[in-house]
Design a protein around this ligand. Structure first.
Ligand code: ZN
Length: 147
């Protein structure tokens, strides 16, 4: 049996019924042999781990720089999760900032006052990209507006 990688392997097709063997043989031939597949797979896993480590390091550096810039208090906790905590804090604040300030908070027009709806589009995004007071009052959105 010749595989797509050029290697030849012997496969026992006796467990397959006669009418399935041809299809199974075609399927096998389109694939790498077991050794090549395993080698490729391990290389992938190794490069993924390497990529992840590099990404983590970059995030860690960004989080540390951010914490220093904004004078964030040092985190306390078990040593092994401190790095994770610092990255997560940075990501949370970044995402919150993006959602609330850069993109604007999505606010249903029904909870906006008449005057606010003039300056806030239906999506809650304003032309200046700033959070409007009406949007703040409507936050958090899962709570019903005060009567
Ligand atoms: Zn091979």
């Amino acid at each position: 049996m010749a595989h797509s990688c050029g290697h030849t392997n012997t496969h026992d097709l006796s467990s397959r019924s006669a009418d399935q063997r041809a299809g199974y043989a075609r399927w096998l031939a389109a694939r790498q042999c077991t050794n090549c597949w395993r080698a490729d797979h391990q290389a992938d896993a190794a490069s993924t781990a390497e990529w992840l480590a590099a990404k983590r390091a970059a995030e860690q550096a960004a989080a540390a720089a951010w914490a220093t810039q904004f004078d964030m208090p040092p985190l306390e906790g078990p040593e092994r999760i401190l790095d994770w905590g610092e990255r997560t804090r940075h990501q949370l604040v970044n995402r919150a900032y993006t959602a609330l300030v850069t993109e604007g908070f999505p606010v249903k027009s029904s909870v906006l006052s008449e005057s606010a709806s003039d300056s806030v589009s239906s999506s809650g995004v304003t032309s200046r990209g700033r959070l409007q007071p009406a949007s703040v009052a409507a936050c958090p959105p899962h709570l019903p507006p005060r009567v």
